[in-house]
Ligand binder design. Structure first.
Ligand code: FES
Ligand SMILES: [Fe+2]
Length: 408
């Protein structure tokens, strides 16, 4: 984060502590329709217009480090084949053979010199071009150059692989990720290691899940003995950023090594030297539209990805990144931190599934959001920008109210 921005955020925190009424000039946030969490048609529109179009962070580059390494990404109801190229770049394709549509590779992950379809052995180069067809004499006018694998937009940022399934040009990834990408530069994420990775299926709409990571209003209740001991929501400074992204900076009540309770006095506490001072004093969390949340710290960050499986089911993936260490054994710090992270997630999950049931009861019509919760509204209005308000039932629309409040 630039020094100017750090100073602005510090001022905002001071202002938040002093404030004892709703901020002057900030509009009333319209209620959000409860149907946005229970309507199948709306879910289908979201999936088609957001998840099948937007840039999406899928996994780390180091999962396919060498030319010929490939991995199937299957979280969007279709198999996408991600392949490390000979020149070390990454390409993505539908795992669908141009002959009769069989899956080209069957393994979830592997390494190969040639992508050979398991049905009739049509053979594709790593870049998706069709090289060889057995018994080619039996095809009339088969132009191999037009029968390559259907490519998917793919790019990388700081050690992460992103794809976009839209046919049109999705635009520059780096521009889409700004200003979050620049603010996160200090983590030098491409040099970090994946410490642990896991996922949980939560029986709740993807926005019910995501909303829960956009505010600290729930910390004194849901996380009374965990997050709330460490973070002080009274000084929380939220920032609405362009492209639907947002930032939440929450001051720490106490300064702890690596930001984790119980880490004090441990021999090894990871520390990223290039982190800005604000990361030591506060918890800086980002939301990158549409499905990535990350609370960060000087020890690294945990990437939380939300994958809608159905209207009422979300797969939440989480992956902790931190600096590499000497020696083979995982430091005690990370073993404790993983346990502590899961216990906090459990506190959220225990709340989310009953919430979905409650939303489904038919009485939940609309929800009023407060100033602290404005990132949630901004997020919903961005969902509607992507879905197209002309496609949404009028009573369910989240109008664009907060664009004038996006940070310049
Ligand atoms: S379907 Fe792939 S070679 Fe026939
Ligand atoms: Fe929470």
């Amino acid at each position: 984060m630039k020094t100017k921005k750090i100073n602005e955020v510090r001022k905002q925190i001071e202002y938040e502590y002093k404030r004892n009424s709703y901020p002057d000039g900030f509009p009333k946030i319209p209620d959000i329709s409860g149907k946005r969490y229970t309507d199948q048609e709306f879910f289908d529109l979201e999936f088609k217009n957001i998840f099948l179009k937007s840039w999406l962070m899928i996994f780390r580059e180091d999962e396919i480090p060498n030319p010929g390494d490939f991995k199937i990404f299957d979280k969007l109801q279709r198999d996408i084949l991600i392949v490390r190229q000979k020149d070390k770049s990454v390409k993505a394709f539908y795992n669908t053979c141009s002959h009769r549509g069989a899956p080209v590779v069957r393994e979830k992950q592997g390494s190969t010199k040639l992508l050979k379809c398991q049905y009739h052995s049509w053979a594709y180069d790593l870049d998706g071009s069709l090289l060889r067809v057995p018994d080619e004499r039996d095809f009339l006018e088969l132009d191999l150059s037009c029968r390559g694998l259907k490519q998917v937009h793919c790019d990388t940022w700081d050690g992460w692989i992103f794809i976009s399934l839209q046919d049109k040009d999705p635009g520059s990834l780096k521009e889409f990720l700004e200003p979050v990408a620049s603010e996160m530069d200090c983590f030098k994420s491409s040099e970090l290691k994946t410490i642990w990775k896991n996922s949980t299926l939560v029986k709740a709409n993807w926005k019910t899940c995501l909303d829960a990571f956009m505010e600290v209003y729930h910390s004194p209740t849901i996380h009374k003995d965990t997050v709330n001991i460490l973070l002080d929501g009274n000084g929380m400074a939220a920032g609405l950023l362009k492209n639907g992204h947002s930032r939440m900076v929450t001051p720490k009540r106490i300064n702890l090594d690596g930001g984790m309770l119980g880490a004090e006095g441990q021999d090894f506490v990871p520390f990223i030297e290039t982190c800005d001072s604000i990361h030591a004093e506060t918890n800086v969390a980002y939301a990158m539209f549409p499905n990535f949340i990350t609370p960060t710290d000087t020890s690294g960050y945990v990437a939380i990805l939300f994958w809608p499986k159905s209207l009422r089911e979300t797969e939440i993936e989480y992956l902790q990144l931190g600096p590499k260490w000497e020696g083979k054994e995982k430091p005690q710090y990370w073993i404790d931190q993983e346990t502590s992270f899961y216990s906090i997630m459990e506190e959220d999950f225990k709340n989310l599934e009953p919430m979905q049931k409650s939303h489904d009861s038919g009485v939940f019509e609309k929800m009023p959001l407060n100033y602290q919760e404005r990132r949630i509204y901004y997020y919903h209005q961005t969902v509607d920008d992507w879905v197209g308000r002309e496609n949404i039932k009028s009573e369910m629309i989240a109008e664009d109210i907060l664009s004038p409040f996006i940070e310049k």
